[in-house]
Design a binder for this molecule. Structure first.
Ligand code: DC
Length: 219
């Protein structure tokens, strides 16, 4: 089994690039953010107060979260319901950023992620893949881009999906999530030891995935 770990802040292009690399290499793409989002959706539905870590600790053991692959796409299930199409809202993003800061939430989801990587060759993206989930991955990537470029990409993605989008608001949300994800105590987003940093500001997704495939093939 080969593991490729891709970490980086929101909107750096991780999922686009990870999917492409996985497709080209015949590996499974694992979007770990979707698991944190499904957990956050559960908390929102249950009315858990996300400013109270104790309430999150108590609630996080209850939901059953599964990843399944349907037509080559990752789907995330919450208590048997396919919630893949419900987890990309601003509300879920904010809730995921808060609930993912809690150690017990992370322990549950990290164990699931490690199990998937034991059984499959994976391209896994997230915030702590190279540092915590797969520290022995032979290829580790840290993808970055400026907050302006990341906001613009998210904005265009939303427009393309027919969603409403406000560039200023998206940029503010990205900065707030960076701050939360990089300064939390549990597994903050940092560049893993041995990770190759790729700044994607001036690169197309195709160029980035080709670069990563070169790194994999050089193993
Ligand atoms: O990658 P994303 O935007 O879908 O992630 C949603 C949130 O989940 C993000 O704010 C940080 C958190 N997350 C995390 O803490 N660790 C991961 N491996 C993946 C996501």
């Amino acid at each position: 089994m080969i593991s490729v770990a891709i970490d980086g802040p929101a909107g750096a292009g991780k999922s686009t690039v990870a999917k492409e690399v996985a497709r080209k290499k015949g590996f499974i793409y694992v979007d770990t953010g979707a698991m944190y989002r499904a957990m956050a959706l559960y908390m929102l539905r249950e009315g858990v107060d996300l400013d109270k870590p104790d309430a999150i600790v108590e609630a996080c053991v209850r939901p059953k979260i599964d990843i399944r692959y349907e037509g080559g796409e990752q789907c995330v299930y919450l208590n048997g319901e396919n919630v893949t199409g419900l987890i990309r809202t601003g509300e879920v993003s904010r809730a995921a950023s808060k609930s993912s800061a809690v150690r017990q939430v992370r322990e549950r989801l990290v164990a699931m992620q490690q199990e998937i990587a034991r059984e499959n060759s994976v391209v896994m993206d997230g915030r702590d893949i190279g540092t915590k989930v797969l520290p022995d991955a032979p290829v580790k990537i840290y993808l970055t881009a400026s907050a302006e470029v990341r906001a613009k990409r998210r904005y265009e993605e939303n427009l393309a999906k027919g969603m409403e989008a406000d560039l200023k608001q998206i940029e503010e949300e990205i900065r707030l999530r960076d701050e939360q994800d990089m300064t939390r105590k549990e597994s903050p987003l940092t560049k893993a030891e041995g990770a190759v940093e790729i700044d994607t500001d001036q690169m197309t997704a195709k160029e980035v995935s080709e670069e990563i495939i070169r790194l994999i093939d050089a193993q």
